[in-house]
Design a protein around this ligand. Structure first.
Ligand code: ATP
Length: 456
């Protein structure tokens, strides 16, 4: 039976096969930042387009948005990020490494989270002091826990020398771009409450301890959807979206036993409900997506700080501030979840292989075309011809390097569902051999039927 791969196995394959590289690697890497290589970029694009299709194409009352990374700094004051978006940081006095105090407390068996005040966290930290050691050097000598703001600052548009007094911020989450455009969308997109706005984009957080590979990055990408609803309908809509979002992961091919719901212990004061969908990553069940009922907090805050009127009135009806139901997931966490879920090892034709069993729509490359031998010009020519036609319809690849066994192994490791081989018989009978990734089964197919055969 398939078991969850180790994080080392996933990381090694992702590096070896061009899915994920550490950023600035030639300079020694850059903590919390990663780059997607050729197959990683394809996989991330597929993840984004599947999400976009499920939200914007399939839902009649959801529209898309692409708001900017930079906004007026007031946005982040209104959202509460400038004042309160901070993580408790414990600094080791021996090696100067910083760790999340709430994580250290949890690992020692206690409970703490980022919503507690520094005094509260320090009290719990003190209680568990004997059980907490530095993850880097193992010593138990920490400075007092301090709060550290997670917003990344910049001098964009500020030319003074002491710009740090009035910084602009790189967005810490994509949804603020949705709230500040809510009125624009309402006025221009022919939508009526209940309606949603969906967006995919980069977000930045100065995470104190980025870790677990691409699970916690400093630059990452979010896919968020905010549904604006009538106050009384909030919880009904919320329950609908909880069901839809879990079903989405099952439809993606993730096994039920690798997903579970987790209810937030400490709700922020304005929230009505907050549940996370957790996935069984190689390091255990952890948050993949948050599904939240946020009340009217967000629009109310922006009305207060901007002076704009963000209320809603149906024809002949009462005026109210819409409540928000949100679904929020990271591209990178989905990426790591599907790399984990579909990683497999088996034996084929007496040889052990690693195979990424991506469902067709996630696979970076759908079909690869090989000439059986690379030093036979007539085979190479025919294979090229077939590839040149195929690539018009299907994301495919041509490969004539190494022996055929090596080419299969490479395509298995990047999860290509079909390999198409051109041999000497092809020149006679106009047929190719198509090999299916999971079963290894091969069949002869006429050249004109290839597209049909290797389509979804
Ligand atoms: P966590 O508790 O793990 O820090 P969060 O509750 O702060 O996450 P949200 O602010 O709800 O996360 O963000 C929504 C989603 O964005 C998360 O479910 C996750 O998929 C993704 N996300 C958040 N922070 C990061 C990060 N540093 N790196 C990668 N993805 C992230």
């Amino acid at each position: 039976m398939k078991t969850t791969p180790t994080i080392e196995e996933v990381t090694a394959l992702a590096k070896r096969r061009g899915f994920v590289y550490p950023s600035s690697e030639i300079y020694g890497g850059f903590v919390g930042i990663y780059d997607y290589g050729p197959y990683g970029a394809e996989l991330a694009n597929n993840i984004k387009s599947i999400w976009w299709k499920s939200m914007v194409q399939m839902e009649d009352n959801i529209v898309g948005l692409d708001s900017s990374i930079f906004t007026r700094p007031e946005v982040w004051v209104a959202s509460g990020h400038v004042g309160g978006f901070s993580d408790p940081m414990a600094e080791c006095k021996e090696c100067n490494t910083r760790s999340r105090a709430d994580h250290l407390i949890e690992e020692a068996g206690g409970f703490a989270d980022e919503k507690m005040s520094p005094e509260e966290i320090n009290k719990v930290f003190e209680e568990y002091k004997d059980k907490i050691s530095c993850p880097n050097c193992g010593k138990k000598n920490f400075a007092k826990v301090k709060n550290f703001n997670l917003l990344a600052q910049s001098n964009l548009g500020n030319f003074s020398e002491d710009w740090t007094k009035e910084p602009t911020y790189l967005r810490g989450e994509t949804c603020q771009g949705i709230y500040i455009n809510y009125k624009n969308v309402l006025d221009t997109a022919r939508v009526k409450v209940p309606f949603g706005i969906a967006q995919i984009g980069k977000a930045f957080r100065n995470e104190i301890a980025p870790r677990q590979y691409i699970f916690r990055k400093r630059e990452f990408e979010q896919m968020e959807m905010q549904m604006f609803v009538e106050p009384d309908a909030e919880m009904t809509v919320y329950e609908e979206w909880r069901k839809k979002r879990m079903q989405y992961y099952l439809d993606l091919g993730i096994k039920k036993e690798n997903l579970k719901w987790h209810e937030h212990e400490n709700l922020v004061f304005y929230a009505k409900a907050a549940w996370d969908i957790e996935y069984k990553f190689p390091f255990g069940f952890k948050e993949l997506e948050g599904v939240h009922a946020r009340g009217d907090y967000d629009l109310t805050q922006h009305m207060k700080h901007s002076g704009a009127k963000l209320t809603y009135r149906e024809e002949g009806g009462e005026e109210y501030t819409p409540h928000v139901v949100e679904t929020s997931v990271g591209v990178d966490r989905t990426f790591l979840a599907v790399m984990t879920e579909f990683y497999d090892k088996d034996e084929l034709g007496g040889e052990e292989r690693t195979v990424m069993r991506f469902p067709y729509r996630l696979a970076p490359i759908k079909a690869a075309v090989f000439p059986l031998l690379k030093n036979k010009p007539e085979l190479v020519k025919k294979a090229r011809e077939i590839y040149d036609t195929l690539k018009m319809d299907i994301r495919s690849e041509f490969d004539d390097s190494g022996n055929i066994g090596k080419r299969y192994r490479r395509q298995d490791e990047i999860g290509t569902p079909y390999c198409i081989t051109v041999d000497f018989d092809t020149l006679e009978d106009g047929k190719v051999t198509i090999r299916e990734r999971d079963s290894g089964e091969q069949k002869r197919v006429a050249i004109e039927d290839i597209v049909k055969e290797v389509s979804a």
